[in-house]
Design a protein around this ligand. Structure first.
Ligand code: GLU
Length: 465
C-alpha cells in the first residue's frame, strides 16, 4: 500500500506556523514511506476563500520546500460529488431526510438546557415516513448514526480513543440548501483522494468520531488517524499573533531560513534522542509518528532564532548573498549590482559567524553596496580628525600596492602602523569609519578584502579629499 497523506488548509489569508508543522509532518511521513503527499484547499467558505488567500498557502509551502504531488485539489470543485454521496447514503438507508423545524430544534435545546445536559438532536424523521413531510420545506440530510455501542478510533499519536454512540446525534451531512457540511466533504474528499493517513491538529479529534461514522456508513475503509498536539505560546495559550509571528511568510520576512523553520518545527513536538539539528534528508530517514509527543508544544522564538543561526552558518555564501541583496532592495543610496553581490558574498564567511537572521546580515552588509559618498554616523565622523585623515592618506599609499587579500591587507596595516609608531587600533578605527561609515564593522582586513582595492581606496579618498 502506498502511503498517501494530505494537508487540507482553509484559505484564511495566512499559513499558520501550526499548519506548516502539520504539513511538514505529513510531508515527512509520506517521504519516509516512499509515499505521496497531497494538497487540498478547503475553500467552500466562498466569502473568505479568495485566490490571494490560496496563494499565501502555496507560497508558504513552496518556500518551506514542502512540495506536493499531483494537482492541488479545490474542495469547492467537488461539491457535486459531496451531494452525490449524500444521496447514495440515503439510498443505502445510512442517512435520512429530516424536516425538523427551527422551532422544534429550539425546543430540544431549551429542554436540554433545563435538564442541564448538552443538546442531542433526536429527529423523529429517522423513523418517520417521508410521505408525512410538511410541504414547502427543504429537508436536510442526516446521517443515521449508530445509537448503540461505541465509536473507536485507533489514533497513531493519541492511542485508542472512544466515545459512546449514545452521546452523538445524527449529524447533518447535507444542508437544506443542498450544500455539504464540512465533516462530510472532508470524508468524501479523503476517500476519493485515497488518503491512507490523516495527520492533523488534535483540535480535529472530536470531528474524527463523526467522520469515522461516515466512513463506516459508506462501507469505506477508514484512513489511519494521527492527531498531533497544537502549538502553544510560552504562556500555555494557543499560539496567536499576540505571542509573536505566526504566519510562515512573516518568518520569511523576519529573515529566517526555510530549513531552520522546518528544523525547529520538526523538533517542536517530535523527538529522536537528543538530535537537535537535522536536515530534511536526515529527518526524512528518521521520521515516525511514534516520536510525536502527546503534550502541547510551546513555541520558543529564542530557540528558533538560535536554530536559524546554525543554518545560516551551514548555508552557502553565494545563496546568502543573493537573499541579502534582495532584502536590500528599496533602501536608498545602494547600487545592487553584481559587484555588490560579490562583495557581500566575500564578507559572508565572517559575517555569518554571528548573524542570527538574514535581516541582521542585510543590515550588516548594506555599506558594501553603498554609493559614495558614504553617510557617516556621528561617531564615525568624529574619528576622522585631521590627524587621522593624514594617516589614512599614508595608509592609502601602502594599500595601493599590497597583496589585496585579507592577509595581505592585515600585513600592510600592521607594517604601516609600525612605521609611524602607532598602534593598529589608531589606524584601524578611522579606516573603519572611511570604509563603512560606522565605528563598528566586521574585521577590518576582511572588510578591505571584500570591498577590493579600488573601492577601498576610493572610500579613503572620499573622506580625505
Ligand atoms: N480545513 C481544516 C483546517 O484548516 C483541516 C481539516 C483536516 O485536516 O481534516 O483546519
Amino acid at each position: 500500500m502506498t502511503v498517501r497523506t494530505r494537508i487540507a488548509p482553509s484559505p484564511t489569508g495566512l499559513l499558520h506556523i501550526g499548519g506548516a508543522r502539520t504539513a511538514l509532518f505529513n510531508w515527512l511521513y509520506s517521504r519516509h514511506h516512499g509515499g505521496e503527499f497531497y494538497l487540498r484547499i478547503e475553500d467552500t467558505d466562498r466569502a473568505r476563500s479568495t485566490d490571494a488567500a490560496t496563494q499565501v498557502i502555496l507560497d508558504g509551502l513552496e518556500w518551506l520546500g514542502l512540495h506536493h504531488d499531483g494537482q492541488t485539489v479545490f474542495q469547492s470543485a467537488r461539491e457535486p460529488r459531496h451531494v452525490e454521496i449524500a444521496h447514495e447514503m440515503l439510498a443505502r438507508g445510512a442517512a435520512y431526510r429530516c424536516w425538523l423545524s427551527q422551532d422544534e430544534i429550539k425546543a430540544m435545546r431549551e429542554q436540554a438546557a433545563a435538564e442541564g445536559r448538552s443538546t442531542l438532536i433526536r429527529s423523529p424523521w429517522r423513523d418517520r415516513d417521508p410521505s408525512e413531510a410538511p410541504a414547502g420545506i427543504n429537508p436536510v440530510i442526516r446521517l443515521r448514526a449508530p445509537r448503540e455501542g461505541e465509536t473507536v478510533v485507533h489514533d497513531l499519536v493519541q492511542g485508542e480513543v472512544r466515545v459512546a454512540n449514545t452521546t452523538l446525534d445524527d449529524m447533518i451531512i447535507l444542508r437544506s440548501d443542498a450544500t455539504a457540511t464540512y465533516l462530510h466533504a472532508v470524508v468524501v474528499d479523503d476517500h476519493d483522494m485515497a488518503i491512507t493517513h490523516v495527520i492533523r491538529g488534535d483540535d480535529h479529534l472530536t470531528n474524527t468520531f463523526r467522520q469515522a461514522q461516515i466512513y463506516d456508513a459508506m462501507g469505506w475503509e477508514r484512513p489511519k488517524f494521527a492527531h498531533i498536539p497544537l502549538i502553544h505560546g510560552a504562556d500555555g495559550a494557543k499560539l496567536s499573533k499576540r505571542h509573536g509571528a505566526v504566519s510562515v511568510l512573516e518568518f520569511r520576512e523576519q529573515g529566517f531560513l526555510p530549513e531552520a523553520v522546518c528544523n525547529y518545527l520538526l523538533r517542536l513536538g517530535w523527538g529522536h534522542g537528543d538530535a537537535e539539528i537535522l536536515s530534511m534528508d536526515e529527518a526524512t530517514a528518521l521520521f515516525d509518528l511514534g516520536g510525536v509527543g502527546r503534550g502541547a508544544s510551546r513555541m520558543d522564538y529564542a530557540k528558533l532564532t538560535h536554530t536559524n543561526g546554525v543554518w545560516i552558518r551551514r548555508a552557502d555564501d553565494a545563496r546568502l548573498a543573493r537573499d541579502v541583496l534582495a532584502r536590500l532592495h528599496g533602501r536608498p543610496g545602494l547600487r545592487l549590482d553584481a559587484t555588490a553581490e560579490q562583495r557581500i558574498a566575500g564578507l559572508m564567511p565572517v559575517l555569518k559567524e554571528r548573524a542570527k537572521t538574514l535581516v541582521d546580515l542585510a543590515d550588516a552588509t548594506s555599506f558594501l553596496a553603498h554609493t559614495l559618498p558614504l553617510p557617516l554616523e556621528p561617531k564615525a565622523a568624529a574619528l576622522l580628525t585631521d590627524e587621522a585623515k593624514s594617516r589614512l592618506r599614508g595608509l592609502a599609499a601602502a594599500l595601493a600596492d599590497c597583496d589585496f587579500t585579507r592577509e595581505g591587507c592585515d600585513a600592510a596595516l600592521r607594517s604601516y602602523a609600525e612605521s609611524i609608531g602607532e598602534k593598529l587600533g589608531t589606524i584601524a578605527q578611522p579606516l573603519r569609519a572611511a570604509l563603512t561609515g560606522s565605528p563598528v564593522s566586521p574585521p577590518i582586513d576582511a572588510t578591505l578584502a571584500a570591498l577590493g582595492r579600488d573601492e577601498s581606496l576610493a572610500r579613503i579618498a572620499a573622506v580625505t579629499a
